[in-house]
Ligand binder design. Structure first.
Ligand code: 5AD
Ligand code: SF4
Length: 449
């Protein structure tokens, strides 16, 4: 391994996470572990001795960005930090990374990052430090307990991996098979987060609603049972979860949306396409109609629920008419927000080898049309909030002095000017105006909770 100018023993670190919320969670756990090892996070703007790039492999663009970031880590004086590539690129490409980018010292996959301290030692000795194992013993058991400081809105991974094998997707290969974390581990971590100041917890999983496990009395429960148990924890005000697969949307979970007040009225339920032939080619194992039936069921018990989705345009062989079906489902569901992507062929996935890859210009055009439709519904959804009084959880500072940004139960960002309030407060606001991406509010009454 080429160790030109890397520091001998790193004292400070920076973890930079790309991609999904689970990477954000993993990045926080890595930082906690490095802290426990006696290392300190580099101050903002300060150059760290160790830079961990916690990467995403889901689309080609995400991969390109990481390689250009690696190149930019060289300092003006020619030296560079110790560089660790973690996350899904590490898993997918392994030691290939250090061949492509000679300055990479450590490669560690998403199921092996509890071994990062050992890998740092190996890299310090100039040895190869690549670990892309998916050990049977979960990393969670080997990580230090959650720190005392938590954000008001915290992430908690409860499920990882995916057995669905959508034909375009690398996740089953990079994150491995579906596993559910044990009940007690989740409840304990939630309690630690709440003690540290969390007021909202977002349960994370690639297929979060596939979570199953035994509760403390040995009864087999689904994610709805877990949500109900978490809702009993005092000082936790809000529960969210993401990402869900339509096939795991159980009646129990739908009922929880009606019955558990702390479960927020928001559901991220990707459909990817509105056309049944494409859905079949994607191996989604649901149809447009069966997806719509789930949405109807959820809306029947929780009429105000905000629905969000993911879409891929230009899947191999997608015709204009098939793409029109995607626009149609967007209008039928009236999404509150969506993520939409151009299909990106991923090495090793079945779709990458399919005939009829869609030309880039066609994808560009479809994405623009899809996003126009999505934006229209998002704007309508936000505009409907104007005049309402709603609770927000203040999560961060805004750009202007005294300005804070909080989230509504429907995950809309609200800007308020309230110098007397602090991050972590729950407060009731009157929504006074709406834009495509956020709302403006005024404090309406007393501070709640
Ligand atoms: N190309 C484009 N988008 C993809 N996604 C997953 N794999 C691909 C791919 N190969 C999108 C899906 C998924 C989201 C996380 O990323 O919409 O729901
Ligand atoms: Fe990927 Fe499909 Fe699994 Fe989601 S359900 S992670 S899109 S394979």
């Amino acid at each position: 391994m080429n160790r030109d100018n890397a520091p001998k023993t790193p004292a400070t670190f920076q973890v930079k996470s790309f991609g999904c919320q689970m990477n954000v969670y993993d990045g926080e756990r890595m930082a906690e572990m490095l802290n426990a090892r006696g290392m300190a996070a580099a101050a903002p703007g300060e150059e760290a001795d160790l830079v961990v790039l916690n990467t995403c492999h889901i689309r080609e663009k995400a991969v390109d960005r990481v390689y250009s970031d690696i190149g930019r880590l060289r300092r003006d004086d020619g030296s560079r930090p110790m560089i660790a590539v973690a996350g899904c690129i590490a898993q997918a490409e392994g030691s290939e990374i250090s061949r492509r980018a000679k300055t990479v010292d450590i490669v560690v996959g998403p199921q092996a990052y509890h071994r990062l301290p050992d890998l740092i030692d190996r890299a310090t000795r100039g040895e190869e430090a690549v670990d892309t194992d998916m050990p049977a013993d979960s990393k969670f058991g080997a990580l230090p307990g959650r720190g005392k400081q938590a954000r008001p809105s915290a992430f908690l991974t409860i499920q990882e991996g995916c057995d669905k094998f959508c034909t375009y997707c690398v996740v089953p290969y990079t994150r491995g098979a579906e596993i559910s974390r044990p009940w007690t581990a989740i409840i304990d971590e939630a309690k630690a987060l709440i003690d540290g100041g969390a007021r909202e917890i977002t349960l994370l999983g690639q297929n979060v609603n596939a979570w199953t496990g035994e509760d403390s009395s040995g009864r087999l429960r689904g994610m709805d049972g877990l949500v109900r148990a978490l809702a009993d924890l005092p000082d936790l005000h809000r529960i969210r979860y993401t990402t869900s697969h339509p096939n795991d949307m159980t009646d129990g979970l739908i009922a929880a949306h009606a019955e558990v007040e702390k479960l927020m009225p928001f559901l991220h339920l990707p459909v990817q396409s509105g056309n049944d032939r494409i859905l079949k080619a994607m191996n989604r194992s649901h149809t447009a109609a069966s997806y719509l039936a789930i949405i109807e069921k959820v809306r029947a018990v929780r009429p105000d629920i905000a629905i969000s989705g993911d879409f891929i345009v230009g899947f191999p062989g997608e015709t204009d008419a098939e793409f029109e079906d995607t626009l149609k489902i967007v209008d039928q569901v009236r999404y509150a927000q969506c993520y939409s992507f151009k299909y990106s062929p991923r090495p090793g996935t079945p779709a990458a080898g399919m005939d009829d890859q869609v030309p880039a210009e066609v994808m560009d055009d479809r994405l623009a049309r899809l996003q126009a439709a999505i934006n229209r519904h998002q704007m309508d959804f936000n505009a409907a909030a104007v005049g309402r009084t709603t609770q927000i959880l203040l999560e961060r500072k805004g750009r202007n002095p005294g300005q804070l940004i909080g989230k509504t139960p429907w995950l809309q960002s609200v800007h308020v000017t309230a110098p007397e309030l602090v991050i972590g407060d729950m407060v009731e606001v009157d929504i006074i105006s709406a834009g495509p991406n956020s709302l403006a509010g005024e404090i309406s009454r007393r501070k709640a909770a």
